[in-house]
Write a protein that binds this ligand. Sequence first.
Ligand code: MRU
Length: 350
Amino acid sequence: MKNDPIYWEGDVTQGKAVIIEQTKLPLVRQLLEIHSAEEMWDAIRKLKIRGAPAIGIAAAYGVVLGIRGEKLTLVADFMARLRQVCDYLASSRPTAVNLFWALRRMQDTAARHAESGVAAIKQILLAEAHEILAEDRRRCAAIGEYGQVLLLDGMRVITHCNAGGLATSGYGTALGVIFSAVSQGKKVHVYADETRPLWQGARLTTWELKEAGIPVTLICDNTAAFVMQQKKVDIAIVGADRIARNGDVANKIGTYSLAVVAKAHGVPFYVAAPLSTFDPSIHSGDAIPIEERGAEEVTAPTGVPIAPPGIQVYAPAFDVTPACYITGIITERGILRPPFQEAIGKLFSA
Ligand code: MRU
């Protein structure tokens, strides 16, 4: 599809992953071919591909690229090498749990087929990466379907960062809800937070919505409270990078402030995320590792300095919104409501 953020071309030995180079958007829509695990690590690290579900898919293809040239013939040696490749890819970014979820799944798949021999396992891993991508398409479609009932005709939605097609397999979670509502004939207007420091809202969310013909107004992050006070927003919907068992949500830095001002203004605050973004091993948001990015992303976001040289910077890429600020979590299995501890527990024990 035209704006698929990632796809595979070719067979297991000669093939490559192709991504939309997201740091170039919206000025240039450039495709980037990825031929090795190292190139995939770099693409994830530098946000050439980003967004939790897309990172998971990228990591799965990264595994294939990392092991396909292996000459090892003993399955045990191959498995050890596979583990090394997965550990390496896992070091690219720490917060989005989809990355670790996909790497675990690739290793489990290989282990289940250990009897098949190395050549077959390589093929099976490529098929599994394809399945992770295809599954994400189904999950996002279902999230859209469940979530669109929240949007009545004429509603105004605020969102933060980019939880659209670019951040997933092509449809999106938070934006998927909006695409789905629009496909039902509802009119929706979106306020997109610009999302400092890297402007995923300004660069990517507005681009996606404009391409889809959905009206969007770009606002600076610090305008969100004011548009709510002016009664211009009916609902907030954002994505997630990791959701703890108690419903605390890690998402792009600034999500927490948005949730707090939403509560202060009586605006319902929803999170849209697939089950691959839940981390049932973590009790609360306190245990979620938060990525810190380089100072230059804040001091010179376009390469041009906007702060005095050498100034001290703190640049967490994500924050944690406590569950008490969240009205509901839209998943591919339906909308979870508080108490989230109970709802999430049920979902994962089912
Ligand atoms: O640093 P990024 O651009 O990878 O951060 C992305 C986000 O925070 C998204 O909101 C989140 O991954 C959900 S994507 C469906």
